[in-house]
Write a protein that binds this ligand. Structure first.
Ligand code: 6PG
Length: 632
């Protein structure tokens, strides 16, 4: 085999396709042991079949467990070939238990008449021909299998299988930028055989894949290409290809050039920050070619991609099975050693939740920036601010808090690096998309736009300087801040931010029929990704039954305890003209969301006044719409 790893190769298919013949030939050629699954049937099963009765799931249960034990025992030392009909998905689940990344399925298939003819020629087999139909009826073809038609000679079929398994790679990566390279190294260090492709652009991108391969010992067995056709042909069928190219046109360009090279059931995974609606379009386009497209959000930056990112794959559920062992092996692990990667839902759901992840990330970053700014205005230097943030680490532990402390402590000649970083923040668009999505879906996830617009305001550096000259006030009165209150305010604002983010997911799930599991999503965001935190860990349970965490009894107690601090911090900052758009949005949202009788009656009356848009009445529960001639 083309790796150090041991594999159990299951030769499967209905009775009569030649599983044993080909299994034996294959095992001989690979010099590994062969086992015939039929030999592991209990006598009762053999008798039942000989009497013309098909086996049911209960009959097969112990048999499948026996074969799973056999496969587990074998691959502890050596690869092996096992011939086994493995007709149903549920059977294969049992067969591969515990060895999910060490299994290869080879499906031998032919028409009913082809197989019938073969069976009629056999005399010694216990399977009567009458059972053949039931076998065909039961067969659920596995998407992940290498499928081979039995019309070829056993020798040719065997040579084909050997060639696929020994000379070809299990997984392909296109695009060797920072994230693509890290994911490639991560896959290779998990012992997956890999083909890597990077385009050739004269004088700009030459020999990228080959050079990269030579830089890292773990890549010594990978295959490196700058020719797309050769790359595609180097992959085992059905092919699994992960795109790590820039979102937008580059994805379309690669997809377009891949289409003529791919075959039915191949899978393309887009691991970039693509827009969820584009992902749906690409799914539809590739569906016409019987090729699967999975939109997978990947979070964690370069280090995450290398050591374990959080992965959010969405698209066709069957296609996910094909790539599941790869993605779940390379993903970060949560506290219970479960992968931070799970099937999210159909369509563009994976990219949608990655987009919302980034939206939450924007607000989490902005809240820390605001805490820093408040403390800076209170006269603290970066080291002192870092000390204060460090003292928050037990109460509000998160990856972003951790890195902010390190950032604040970073020195360069003459002072702190942070003091020399220009205060205009960039963005790559996902915060913008989340803002549009929350508006489109009618959801008040207001902290994400607040943090996005804070970035936009920061970009107007020249105007800010001009404005400052005109509007800056003498701040004679010293700004004092209670650090405990600031921590309280920060914690409450984070709760509101997470509430808004998950509510947005919940609404999208209803609108697009994604059936998202919010608790599971919180689970895969507890490690590997940028917004991992202890709060996220707590949300796993809180989101099990309700999407409104602000009504959860534990959170209610926290909100009640923290709210006055948030109000005071926001008021003090506003009185001192210190910009805190996200903290103040948290308090405004809480106020609005918990106001039973709001001022929207005025809005309705105004709408009806100038546009006859009608209104409903509090004294009419039927929901009837009224119009008033206001100027009569
Ligand atoms: C992640 C990050 C990553 C990246 C985003 C945000 O989850 O690993 O979110 O995807 O940092 O592109 O970038 P901007 O702040 O530039 O929009």
């Amino acid at each position: 085999m083309n790796s150090n790893k041991q594999f159990a190769i299951f030769i499967m298919g209905v009775s009569g396709v030649g599983k044993s013949t080909i299994g034996k030939l294959l095992a001989d050629q690979l010099s590994i042991p062969f086992f015939d699954g039929d030999d592991y049937h209990p006598e009762a099963n053999k008798k039942k079949m000989a009497n013309g009765h098909p086996l049911n799931d209960d009959d097969r249960y112990d048999w499948l467990l026996n074969l799973n034990r056999l496969a587990n025992d074998q691959i502890a030392n050596t690869s092996c070939v096992i011939a086994c009909s493995a007709l149903k998905e549920s059977y294969r689940e049992l067969l591969k238990k515990g060895i999910e990344t060490n299994i290869k399925w080879v499906l031998l298939h032919g028409t009913f008449d082809q197989v019938l003819e073969r069976i009629q020629q056999r005399t010694s087999h216990f399977m009567p021909t009458s059972l053949l139909k039931s076998q065909f009826d039961t067969l659920e073809e596995p998407i992940e299998a290498l499928k081979i038609n039995i019309r070829e000679t056993p020798q040719k079929i065997t040579t084909f299988i050997v060639n696929e398994l020994q000379k070809k790679s299990e997984f392909g990566i296109i695009g060797l930028g920072v994230m693509g390279k890290s994911l490639a190294r991560n896959l290779a260090s998990h012992n997956f055989t890999l083909s890597m492709f990077n385009r050739h652009v004269a004088k700009l991108e030459e020999n990228i894949a080959e050079d990269f391969k030579n830089e890292h010992s773990e890549l010594s067995k990978t295959l490196a290409f700058d020719d797309l056709t050769k790359f595609v042909n180097s992959l085992q069928s059905p092919r699994k290809i992960m795109l790590m190219v820039n979102a937008g046109k580059p994805v379309d360009a690669v997809v377009k050039s891949l289409i003529p090279l791919l075959s039915k059931d191949d899978v393309i995974i887009d691991g970039g920050n693509s827009h969820y609606k584009k992902t749906q379009e690409r799914i539809d386009l590739l569906n016409n070619h019987q090729i699967h497209f999975i939109g997978a959000g990947v979070s964690g930056g370069e280090q995450g991609a290398l050591k374990g990112p959080s992965i959010m794959p969405g698209g066709n559920a069957d296609a996910y099975k094909l790539i599941q062992p790869y993605l779940e092996s390379i993903a970060a692990k949560n506290k219970h050693n479960q992968p931070c990667c799970t099937y999210i839902g159909s369509g563009g759901s994976g990219h949608f939740i990655k987009m919302v992840h980034n939206g939450i990330e924007y607000a989490e970053m902005q809240l820390l920036a605001e805490a820093y700014f408040i403390l800076q205005n209170a006269g603290k230097n970066p080291d002192e601010i870092a000390d204060i943030l460090e003292s928050w680490s037990t109460a509000a532990s998160s990856y972003l808090l951790e890195i902010t402390i390190s950032i604040l402590r970073k020195k360069e000649e003459g002072g702190w690096l942070i003091d020399n970083i220009l205060d205009t923040s960039g963005n790559k668009g996902t915060g913008n998309w989340t803002t549009i999505a929350t508006a489109e879906l009618g959801m008040p996830s207001t902290m994400i736009p607040a943090s996005l617009f804070a970035r936009y305001i920061s970009a107007f550096k020249t105007e800010r300087i001009e404005m400052n000259e005109v509007y800056s006030t003498d701040r004679n009165n010293i700004f004092l801040i209670d650090e405990g209150e600031l921590l309280n305010a920060y914690q409450l604002a984070r709760i509101v931010n997470h509430h808004q983010g998950f509510k947005l997911l919940s609404q999208a799930s209803n609108t697009y029929d994604w059936n998202l599991n919010l608790s599971k999503i919180a689970g895969i965001w507890t490690n590997g990704c940028i917004i991992r935190s202890t709060l996220m860990e707590e949300l796993i349970d809180l989101l099990k039954n309700d999407d409104n965490i602000l009504l959860n009894s534990t959170i209610v107690l926290q909100v009640k305890a923290l709210r006055s601090s948030l109000n005071r911090v926001v008021s003090q900052a506003v009185l001192h003209e210190i910009t805190i758009p996200c903290l103040s949005e948290a308090t405004n949202f809480l106020n609005g969301y918990s106001t039973a009788n709001s001022s929207a009656n005025i809005i309705q009356a105004q709408r009806d006044f100038f546009g006859a848009h009608t209104y409903q009445r509090v004294d009419d529960a039927s929901g009837t719409f009224y119009h008033t001639n206001w100027e009569e």
